[in-house]
Design a protein around this ligand. Structure first.
Ligand code: CAA
Length: 378
């Protein structure tokens, strides 16, 4: 693995850092408080190319590598994890899957728009199928030239703001996971209703909804891949998605760490700066070491993906580790801030709340351990 970032990588990193500071930081506390989706900010992210970073330029994407993507994800997540989950889902779960497995017609119709404007949603989880993703209850009945879609999806990121939804549904239950399909559903298709918005602990600016499908007619042309490919599509896409969420967790940790360093150089206690107390220095040393270790895992997974090598285990390890250290580092950042850390103005309490979801979505910590151990033992 090459540890040397290129000029282009540094430029992308700087652009994401500048965007996060100038466009996302103002208003992030308010958006969190009022559960307000960063509509205008996400629109600008699209203009700057952050929504379709790895998509081929012929489909309006940035044509960048995964290292550029994780660098940008880290910078944006340092400031606003609600914006970065929208970015991650659009890049990794929607654009990547469509580009790799979609038909030329689907790419022309959907990918070209999603790569610049977003916003896509990936709909796998259900009220009774979260980690146990093969137990899909949503059905896509084969009606000849269309599927009749019925069911409910839960906890869908970009639930109300998306225009395009990739919906995983069971067509032939007798074939179990080999009878599942992935369908492209457009907002506005008759019978498709956006349901309740979740009132969440963290990433409160991100819009998370349940979705209801009642006799939605989805043209056969909207199926991604061959009949029965849907579960494999979901799993393969999630492998890459986990790199995105790992970089989000890394960014949340790094953002909290940077705030803790800054605060420890500003605040005095017992006649000297916090940073001069060994108790604080040791905390910062642990936090920085964990962040560096997580970054190495994230970059390794991204690098393996770019090299077209097997990255399944590496991505799961990166997500497992980065999401754990995000808990540790954000909690310590609050601790270093003391009472100030517990109030919204200082940002670290939000980062601590935002960190938790990285251990849950796109495969819980326990699912990552399943994926890793299966890869180790097979
Ligand atoms: N990559 C590719 N294929 C995989 C895979 C992986 N990581 N894991 C499993 N598969 C394939 C298997 O090879 C198998 O296919 P074949 O029969 O053709 O070989 C098929 O999937 C079924 O696998 P298993 O028999 O192992 O199924 P299982 O039920 O025992 O376990 C699981 C599957 C790995 C636990 C899977 O259900 C899983 O990953 N669950 C977690 C789901 C998840 O991550 N949900 C996140 C929701 S999306 C989200 O959060 C998005 C958002 O909005 C932020």
């Amino acid at each position: 693995m090459n540890f040397q970032l290129t000029e282009e990588h540094f430029a992308v990193q700087q652009a994401a850092r500048d965007f996060a500071q100038t466009e996302l930081l103002p208003g992030v506390i308010e958006r969190d408080a009022h559960q307000k989706f960063p509509t205008e900010q996400v629109r600008k992210m699209g203009e700057l190319g952050f929504l379709g970073m790895m998509v081929d330029p012929k489909y309006n994407g940035g044509g960048m590598d995964s290292i550029s993507y994780v660098l940008a994800m880290e910078e944006i997540s340092k400031v606003d994890a609600s914006a970065s989950v929208c970015m991650s889902v659009n890049n990794s779960l929607v654009c990547w899957g469509l580009e790799k497995y979609g038909s030329e017609e689907q790419k022309e119709k959907y990918l070209k728009k999603l790569a610049v404007e977003g916003i896509g949603a990936f709909c796998l989880s259900e009220p009774e199928a979260g980690s146990d993703a093969t137990s899909q209850r949503t059905t896509a009945e084969d009606k000849g030239d269309y599927y009749l879609l019925n069911g409910t999806k839960n906890w869908i990121t970009n639930g109300s703001t998306a225009s395009v939804y990739i919906v995983i549904a069971q067509t032939d239950a007798s074939k179990k996971h080999k009878g599942i399909n992935a369908l492209i559903v457009e907002k506005g298709m008759p019978g498709f209703v956006v349901g309740k918005k979740e009132d969440k602990m963290g990433i409160r600016g991100s819009d998370t909804h349940s979705l209801m499908f009642t006799d939605v007619k989805v043209p056969k042309a909207n199926r991604i891949g061959d009949d029965g490919f849907g579960f494999s599509f979901a799993m393969t896409t999630l492998n890459g998605g986990r790199i995105g969420i790992a970089s989000q967790a890394l960014g949340i940790a790094a953002g909290a760490y940077e705030l803790a360093v800054k605060y420890s150089k500003e605040r005095k206690a017992f006649g000297k700066m916090l940073a001069e107390h060994q108790a604080i220095q040791f905390k910062l040393a642990d936090m920085a070491t964990k962040i560096d270790a997580a970054r190495l895992l994230v970059h390794q997974a991204a690098w393996l993906k770019d090299q077209k090598k097997d990255f399944v285990k590496a991505a799961a390890m990166a997500k497992l580790f980065a999401s754990q250290i995000a808990q540790d580092v954000t909690t310590e950042a609050v601790q270093i801030h003391g009472g100030y850390g517990y109030v919204k103005e200082y940002h670290v309490e939000r980062l601590m709340r935002d960190a938790k979801i990285t251990q849950i979505y796109e495969g819980t910590t326990e699912i990552q351990k399943m994926v890793i151990s299966r890869e180790l033992l097979r």
